[in-house]
Write a protein that binds this ligand. Structure first.
Ligand code: AMP
Ligand code: MG
Length: 343
């Protein structure tokens, strides 16, 4: 299959391509779409065959559910069996935006979208191209990240093509994703509400709306083998470059000394901007130390760059865990398969 490249930077000027993408989705095809979080691989939520093709193209485990993307609240009502009061309040506050709510699944949503669960994850993206595409197609779009399962999520159309060229019908070529990390996921199907995955909407912001929200253990630590997890995606090794990533938790001086003592062929360091000159190994940087928004925006690009440079082992600096930093930490520790050395 040839993957069609459809340029849409402006939803008015590039309308023709937007309509083409909508037609492909309506006829059961798969389209890589920009969102403010990462690029998504979209299909018609109500088309079981198209949904199953998402899993095939990505090599995604069948038990890892998808997020359904909507353009308005009417669409949400089609997807859920009940819209709790808390969900309405959160929607008003955080939508459109990088925020997903797990809600009771309505009968119209195929079980395969939710990997057999009685719940469905729903998000309204703020990216204009994504929202207009949903509107024009008239379809809620089931869309996980548009990467091969396990590899770093894509933040550009080129990343999508690197992983999925020839396996999907089309990709929309558009601006780079603003946030750069997947959405915040909370469950409102339990009491108290639970943070399943940190993202662009921060825990601190959520606590203002939902003071009793709890953070699922799997956000910061490795889920126990064989035990059920609240968000199936959390149990997989994720976001990983081919290189082995090891996080070194400590001061920069200790980081430098540790790397110097453990340098071999193919050793790299993943450091904060400006630290590169002080290391004796090749470096890739992922934003300034105190700028977690910048770290989020460039992290996946940095992980992909490590592979393209032939990195074998990469020692990584540890980001702060506050604000969006919690999401950066959550992705990096998964890229490192939870390998952390305390200095
Ligand atoms: P991705 O589409 O790659 O951003 O992955 C979607 C994430 O949302 C995964 O981590 C899933 O485990 C999580 N998710 C989606 N649907 C549900 C659900 N019904 N219950 C819990 N977690 C979900
Ligand atoms: Mg993903």
């Amino acid at each position: 299959m040839n993957t069609l490249r459809l340029t849409v930077f402006d939803i008015e000027k590039d309308r023709e391509n937007l309509i083409k993408a909508a037609e492909i989705l309506k006829s059961g095809g798969l389209v890589g779409i920009p969102t403010e979080t990462v690029y998504g691989l979209a299909a018609n939520t109500f088309d079981e065959e198209a949904v199953s093709n998402i899993f095939k193209a990505k090599g995604r485990p069948q038990d890892n559910p998808l997020i359904v993307h909507v353009s308005d609240m009417e669409m949400v009502k089609e997807l859920v069996s009940e819209l709790p009061e808390k969900a309405k309040l959160c929607a008003e506050k955080f939508w459109p935006g990088p925020f997903t709510m797990v809600l009771p699944r309505g009968d119209k949503v195929p079980k395969s979208v939710s990997a057999g669960l009685d719940t469905v994850a729903v998000r309204m993206p703020s990216n204009l191209v994504a929202r207009e595409l949903i509107k024009v197609s008239g379809l809620p779009l089931a869309a996980p990240s548009a990467n091969l399962s396990g590899s770093p999520s894509p933040t550009t159309a080129d990343h999508v093509l690197f992983d999925l060229d020839g396996k999907i019908d089309a990709v929309i070529v558009s601006d780079k994703c603003d946030v750069g990390l997947e959405s915040t996921v909370i469950s409102l199907c339990c009491e108290p509400p639970r943070l399943l995955r940190p993202g662009g909407v921060t825990l601190e912001q959520l606590q203002e709306m939902l003071p009793d929200i709890v953070v699922d253990k799997a956000v910061l630590a490795q889920p126990e083998k064989g035990k059920p997890v609240a968000s199936p995606g959390m149990k997989y090794k994720h976001y990983s470059p081919k290189a082995r990533v090891i996080m070194l938790d400590g001061e920069f001086e200790d980081f430098k000394n540790y790397v110097a003592d453990h340098t071999d062929d193919g050793t790299f360091a993943l450091v904060f901007e400006g630290e590169e000159q002080e290391l004796s190994v090749p470096c890739v940087s992922f934003g300034h130390k105190d700028d977690e928004l910048e770290q989020a925006a460039v992290l996946f690009d940095a992980l992909r760059e490590l592979d393209s440079c032939g990195c074998k082992v990469c020692y990584a600096r540890v980001p702060q865990k506050s604000g969006v930093g919690l999401a950066v930490y959550n992705r990096l520790i998964r890229a490192a398969a939870f390998e952390v050395v305390t200095l």
